[in-house]
Design a protein around this ligand. Structure first.
Ligand code: 5FU
Length: 273
């Protein structure tokens, strides 16, 4: 079962270059931690990434919240990704018709496809959202995650919506490499244990000190996410950079290493090493 395989064994299962590179990075750095850097000033954004860089496999961005954005942010981010050996995931959550998402992915101010190894989309438009994005991303070796579940209280992404998302992914395995979800998706719609599919499961809503925020976010621990629910990558935002936009570098570094260690321990326990 996928649950017992190592990240490097699983790198062999993936032909998509972005999925393969992510799995190899996880193994090399012994980190299944993705940090979500949701701050609004480019200096804070780059400073936090430089601090957490050694402890992560992936940086998750929302570039459209950076107030003083210019393309130097991207150049600096790419330099940091080489310096610290991590991949980049723009959490864009595309959700429009194929033609529009292709334009949003390739063009505009951000030109996401030119620098983000992985991005994601809501399945709500149906398979055409994948067709649109893959027309841009596949030739560049990019990968896509579908949001089949969300971490928020009252999420509508459940039941048959989640199942349809898995079907959409199965029909596009060269580009859709996995899901944003709260548990494994490989067994949905297949007999227990019958699936040898390998989808990457990246999971937000991870925190060790609080249960949620005042706007519907819900947190689970790395152990619940990786060991009990079988997810592959933990996504942590405020749990690491805290409130003051990461003003205290030593505190940020400490939290990054704490989440890295917890995520890795849960993985080792899962594979039984
Ligand atoms: F798809 C999702 C989801 O279901 N929950 C999320 O929290 C995405 N997210 C993102 O993960 C959200 O947009 C934030 O960027 C991040 C979580 O940040 P936090 O500070 O750890 O709550």
């Amino acid at each position: 079962s996928i649950l017992k395989q190592t990240y490097s064994q699983r790198a062999e299962n993936h032909r998509n270059p972005a999925a393969k590179a992510l799995l190899e990075t996880i193994e090399r750095k012994r980190s299944n931690l993705c940090v979500s850097v949701d701050v609004t000033k480019k200096a804070d954004f780059l400073r936090i990434i430089d601090i957490v860089g050694p402890y992560i496999c992936l940086v998750k961005t929302h570039v459209d919240i950076i107030e003083d954005f210019d393309f130097s942010v991207i150049e600096n981010l790419k330099d940091l990704s080489v310096k610290h050996d991590f991949q980049i995931f723009e959490d864009r959550k595309f959700a429009d018709i194929g033609n529009t998402v292709a334009l949003q992915y390739a063009s505009g101010v951000y030109k996401i496809a030119s620098w983000s190894h992985i991005t994601n989309a809501h399945p709500v438009p149906g398979p055409s959202v994948i067709t649109g994005l893959l027309s841009v991303g596949l030739p560049l070796g990019r990968g896509l995650l579908l949001l089949s579940e969300m971490s928020t209280k009252g999420s509508l992404a459940t039941g048959s919506y989640t199942e349809e998302a898995v079907r959409m992914a199965r029909s596009n395995r060269d580009f859709v490499v996995g899901f944003i979800a709260q548990r494994r998706m490989d067994n949905i719609g297949v007999a227990e244990g019958a699936s040898d599919e390998d989808f990457l499961i990246l999971t937000p809503g991870v925190g060790m000190d609080v249960k949620g925020d005042s706007m519907g976010q819900q947190y689970r621990t790395p152990r619940e996410v990786v060991l009990e629910s079988g997810c592959d990558v933990i996504i942590v935002g405020r749990g690491i950079y805290g409130k003051g936009n990461g003003a205290n570098p030593e505190a940020v570094r400490e939290q990054a290493e704490r989440y890295r260690a917890e995520g890795w321990k849960a993985y080792e326990e899962r594979i039984g090493s």
